[in-house]
Design a binder for this molecule. Structure first.
Ligand SMILES: NC(=O)c1ccc[n+]([C@@H]2O[C@H](COP(=O)([O-])OP(=O)(O)OC[C@H]3O[C@@H](n4cnc5c(N)ncnc54)[C@H](O)[C@@H]3O)[C@@H](O)[C@H]2O)c1
Length: 325
């Protein structure tokens, strides 16, 4: 049994705490909010409840979950790793590539698991998309893109790239499995000065594959979609769909010999495979516990997370360069 402690039990963190309570042994919880602490004492009477993060770093704790606000992730994850604890840290684990590199090195040095909470990677629909890519069922992948738009929560402390983009970026990089060679972002702050509500990103990979993302909380459409365009088939993961989360389009351009080099389009079946509806967060937590138990590469997720943080950092720099020009 892995003894888990958690820092930050807010809107999202309470889902993590529930899962670890059901799956393992939630031995301690920490939050700086006194009202939350009172609720936690009632909800988890057997756990140690404390406002002091250092009280999670004791010998009777094996792993620490960090679900506090983004600017605190790096510092808390670093302190937990220094104390020799396995760490699951909400996305993004750090706001700078150099900080994330430091966390990965520290985890390696201490022999600890470091896993970012990239929830969508554990979604059975995204796993199906990965299978389609890896098995070659779509043919060579040419381009991938993400749409995450809505007339949604208007943030004042983080822009659409950081607030909405982390999920899609983690999935696009997971599907392509390459570090992007070039990244550009354009965006605009319409509502709050300096906070881009609408961001368009473009990524070019060493293999020549391309990706883009449209991120916005200023849009009439509620879209959460990842599209993969392969040479032979195309696939879409649509998180707004209840049943048809993944759709495969047997359509592609082709150059039959009869047309003497001219391109034609082929359209075939459109179908949706069955996707299990297991809660992705449950799968994410189970994956973390398996890593802690010694199954699988303890740092693979962290290295992938480093690529995500680096890409975010470069996209932000591109966004600022364009705004400044
Ligand atoms: N993976 C996902 O799909 C997903 C979804 C939503 C949020 N998140 C991430 O989860 C994290 C938390 O988001 P939230 O919506 O629960 O935020 P929230 O503001 O509701 O909760 C954060 C909690 O952390 C506490 N806190 C702040 N600093 C602390 C510290 N130093 N030590 C202990 N507790 C501290 C706050 O009091 C609060 O209770 C964020 O990083 C966010 O990006 C992930």
């Amino acid at each position: 049994m892995t003894r888990v402690a958690q820092a930050g039990v807010g809107q999202w963190g309470k889902n993590l705490a529930r899962n670890f309570d059901e799956l393992g042994e939630l031995v301690a919880v920490c939050d700086v909010d006194e009202v939350r602490l009172e609720e936690l004492r009632k909800r988890y009477p057997l756990a140690r409840v404390t406002p002091d993060f250092d009280e999670l770093l004791t010998d009777d704790v094996d792993a620490v979950v960090v679900a506090t606000p983004v600017p605190t992730h790096y510092e808390l994850a670093r302190r937990a790793l220094e104390a020799g604890k396995h760490v699951l840290v909400e996305k993004p684990p750090a706001m700078r590539g150099a900080e994330m590199e430091e966390l990965v090195e520290l985890a390696e040095e201490r022999g600890c698991v470091l896993m970012p909470g990239h929830l969508l990677l554990y979604h059975p629909g995204v796993q199906m998309m990965k299978e389609l890519v890896v098995s070659g069922a779509l043919g060579d992948v040419l381009c991938v893109y993400g749409n995450r738009q809505n007339l949604g929560t208007i943030r004042t402390n983080e822009n659409a790239l950081w607030s909405l983009g982390v999920h899609d970026l983690s999935v696009l990089l997971y599907l392509v499995d390459e570090e992007p060679a070039e990244l550009w972002a354009h965006g605009h702050a319409f509502l709050n000065p300096g906070v881009e509500d609408v961001v368009f990103c473009y990524l070019l990979f060493p293999s020549g594959k391309i990706a883009h993302m449209h991120l916005s909380w200023l849009d009439p459409h509620k879209i959460r979609r990842i599209t993969v365009v392969g040479r032979d088939k195309m696939a879409v993961f649509d998180d707004m769909e209840l049943e048809r989360k993944v759709t495969i389009y047997d359509k592609a351009p082709e150059q039959p010999t009869t047309t003497y080099g001219e391109w034609r389009t082929r359209t075939g079946d459109i179908y949706s495979p069955k996707i299990p509806n297991t809660e992705p967060l449950r799968l994410e937590c189970q994956h973390f516990l398996r890593l802690v138990a010694g199954e699988g590469d303890p740092l693979r997720a962290a290295r992938d997370g480093l690529v995500v943080v680096r890409a975010l950092e470069q996209l932000q720099a591109s966004l600022e360069a364009v705004t400044a020009a």
